[in-house]
Ligand binder design. Structure first.
Ligand SMILES: O=P(O)(O)OP(=O)(O)OP(=O)(O)OC[C@H]1O[C@@H](n2cnc3c(O)ncnc32)[C@H](O)[C@@H]1O
Ligand SMILES: [Mg+2]
Length: 194
């Protein structure tokens, strides 16, 4: 049986990754934009609070179950920044190019380039669901100064996975999903929904 699910995100890169992960296992994904749901506020200092706010917002405006993702890149030498502020690290309007340029500049004088991607997923059956289903995932790597690769989105061209010898923008989409913070979180979430 296919299950209809609203994806509480306006990020096209996330949408592609979720479609590839969820459609083969029987979910019919609908981005919130299809229902004219505007971007939710993300005012909180934790990923999980922002993800819950996004999921409830989409479920409230569509009347359907919703899945939200809040994620980011956390750089150790920067005390975990940009973290929850990853999407707007270089200010408004959101720009991957300016975010990456700022990240590389901020790290130029640092020896430690280690970082990790973090993702929290929240699924709500309806807007006031008292038992949201929550799962997370983490993916270690390091930030490199020169962009490599054209796949993915966001910080991917600067996020190197030393074990694979590639940036996450050089990975095929299925390989990224097999390893990524988002893929890990989604597999854990799906286990909880069974
Ligand atoms: O809130 P929604 O609408 O889902 O879209 P968003 O892009 O604003 O998403 P977030 O608020 O969760 O911010 C996450 C940011 O972290 C970065 N990011 C998260 N996952 C990533 C990934 O897999 N590859 C590259 N960058 C990623 C990227 O800059 C995202 O914009
Ligand atoms: Mg956002």
């Amino acid at each position: 049986m296919t299950q209809r699910l609203i994806l509480a995100s306006n990020n096209a890169g996330k949408l592609k990754e979720f479609a590839q992960l969820l459609e083969p296992i029987g979910f019919e994904l609908h981005p919130q934009g299809e229902f004219d749901v505007p971007e939710a506020e993300e005012p909180f200092g934790t990923f999980v609070e922002n993800a819950l706010a996004k999921a409830r917002h989409a479920a409230r405006l569509t009347g359907l179950p919703a899945l939200a993702d809040d994620s980011g890149v956390c750089v150790n030498a920067l005390g975990g920044a940009p973290g929850v502020y990853s999407a707007r690290f270089a200010g408004e309007p959101k720009s991957d190019a300016r975010n990456n340029a700022k990240l590389v500049a901020d790290l130029a004088q640092q020896g430690d380039k280690s970082a990790y991607y973090y993702c929290v997923l929240v699924y709500v059956r309806h807007a006031d669901d008292p038992q949201p289903v929550i799962a997370d995932g983490r993916w270690n790597g390091e930030i490199i100064a020169t962009a490599r690769g054209a796949n993915g989105f966001g910080y991917d061209p600067h996020f190197l996975i030393p074990l694979l010898g590639k940036t996450t923008a050089e990975l095929e989409p299925d390989v990224k999903n097999a390893h990524s913070h988002r893929g890990q979180a989604l597999r854990a979430l799906v286990e909880k929904l069974r």
